[in-house]
Design a protein around this ligand. Structure first.
Ligand SMILES: *Cc1c(COP(=O)(O)O)cnc(C)c1O
Length: 397
């Protein structure tokens, strides 16, 4: 028996079976390559679902973690933490935001955003103005409040009663957004590009219309940039493509390029609603993870990572479009930068399985959309290798 099978059997016996895992036992990673416990190498175009944006084990992130781990691992948020302060400064300097709440995941960042908009609205307008409009096919996380915000039956099913006060509208439909706003509405929350929902890019002008509606009705606009933020779309934040700024933004996945961290960023006017005692997190913003976050942000901002994302995003999109010209079962290629989707006329699960056998990691979302979210440091040669494997699979269908 190889080493992998032993681990797989043990995992199936005792690890919560929430993922329907593929038969890969991860051992190490470098750049765009993941190696399993038996030494097989995989070209990683999933990147831990858009987490390993600087590639696996970026040396500057690893060094920051090692150095910080030897100095101070954890310290209560009752005290000031320099690494946390530095990361907050970097995020505010490069975004619309003034103040950052740190936590440990995307769902927690969204929880903080949802609490903030409700608290601000209650403090300012009274307690019966609490409704939050979100989009159908959105994804905001797996906690009770964030599945309530997520406009997908598949994710909510079985967990009733959900948190009340959410209204869902078709993504990209300005008229529907307008109609959904009522006297109880306090905020609109959306992903600038839907990730899990199938790499859905809204029509030009949609995010701007959402901003205008928020201004007109005194609503807060929350952008969930957990998947698309931090360079992935070819700009530091996806909202920059549309010349629209939110009031609140959530980040997580790529923020420390591997280690778990989340952040909720808000304008000062709204951020103060979360006053001492109204929200918190024991681990949130701890020295170890924020040191990694600072290192990751510096690499992202200083090492031309986003320039590479733009160039390689264009290249990958062109290569995927060539496949589309070749195969009639490819409906379209969509996305921006290095978050690209290939919609098929059938379910993509088998392609993902075959790709794994041939040393390529991709995944399929919303049933029929193959998702490509490689590290932002991916090279043209690696894209060529990916396309060759994918083309080989598609050819046999
Ligand atoms: C991944 C994701 C989340 C949830 O993040 P977790 O860290 O898994 O809790 C929320 N929103 C979006 C857009 C995501 O892609």
């Amino acid at each position: 028996m190889n080493k992998s099978q032993n681990w797989i059997d043990r995992g199936l016996a005792h690890v919560a079976n929430t993922y329907g895992r593929f038969p890969l036992v991860a051992a190490s990673g470098k750049g765009c390559w993941l190696t399993d416990i038996d030494g097989k190498r995989y070209l990683d175009f999933l990147a831990g679902v858009a987490v390993n944006s600087l590639g696996h084990c970026h040396p500057k992130v690893v060094a920051a973690l090692q150095e910080q781990a030897a100095k101070l691992l954890h310290c209560s948020n009752y005290y000031h933490i320099p690494q946390q302060i530095e990361l907050a400064e970097i995020l505010c300097e490069h975004s619309f935001g003034d103040r950052v709440f740190f936590c440990n995941s995307g769902a927690e960042a969204n929880e903080a955003a949802l609490k903030l908009v409700r608290k601000y609205s209650a403090d300012t307008y009274g307690t019966d103005r609490f409704e939050i409009i979100t989009a159908i096919d959105s994804f905001h996380g797996r906690t009770l409040a964030t599945i309530s915000a997520t406009g997908q039956d598949r994710i909510q099913s079985g967990f009733a009663p959900l948190i009340s006060g959410f209204k869902y509208v078709p993504f990209g439909d300005i008229a529907a957004l307008k109609t959904a706003i009522g006297p109880k509405t306090c905020a609109i929350m959306m992903e600038p590009i839907q990730g899990e929902g199938g790499i859905n890019v809204p029509p030009q002008g949609y995010l701007q219309a959402a901003r205008e509606l928020c201004d007109k009705h005194n609503l807060l606009l929350i952008f969930d940039e957990i998947q698309v933020g931090l360079g992935r779309t070819g700009k530091l934040f996806a909202y920059e493509h549309d010349n629209v700024e939110p009031d609140v933004m959530t980040l997580a996945k790529a923020l420390a390029a591997g280690p778990p961290i989340g952040a909720m960023i808000a304008r000062e006017k709204y951020a103060t609603a979360l006053s001492p005692g109204t929200h918190g997190s024991t681990f949130g913003g701890n020295p170890l993870l924020t040191a990694a976050g600072v290192a990751a942000m510096k690499v992202l901002l200083e090492d031309h990572i986003i320039d590479n994302c733009v160039a390689m995003g264009n290249y990958l999109k062109a290569q995927l479009e060539q496949l589309q010209n070749k195969y009639t079962f490819i409906k379209n290629i969509r996305g921006r930068g290095l978050i690209l989707g290939m919609e098929l006329t059938f379910e993509g699960a088998e392609i993902v399985k075959t790709a794994l056998q041939r040393g390529l990691l991709i995944n399929c979302t919303a049933g029929k959309v193959l998702r490509f979210v490689p590290p932002l440091i991916v090279t043209q040669d690696e894209i060529d290798q990916m396309i060759e494997i994918l083309d080989g699979i598609l050819k046999e269908l």
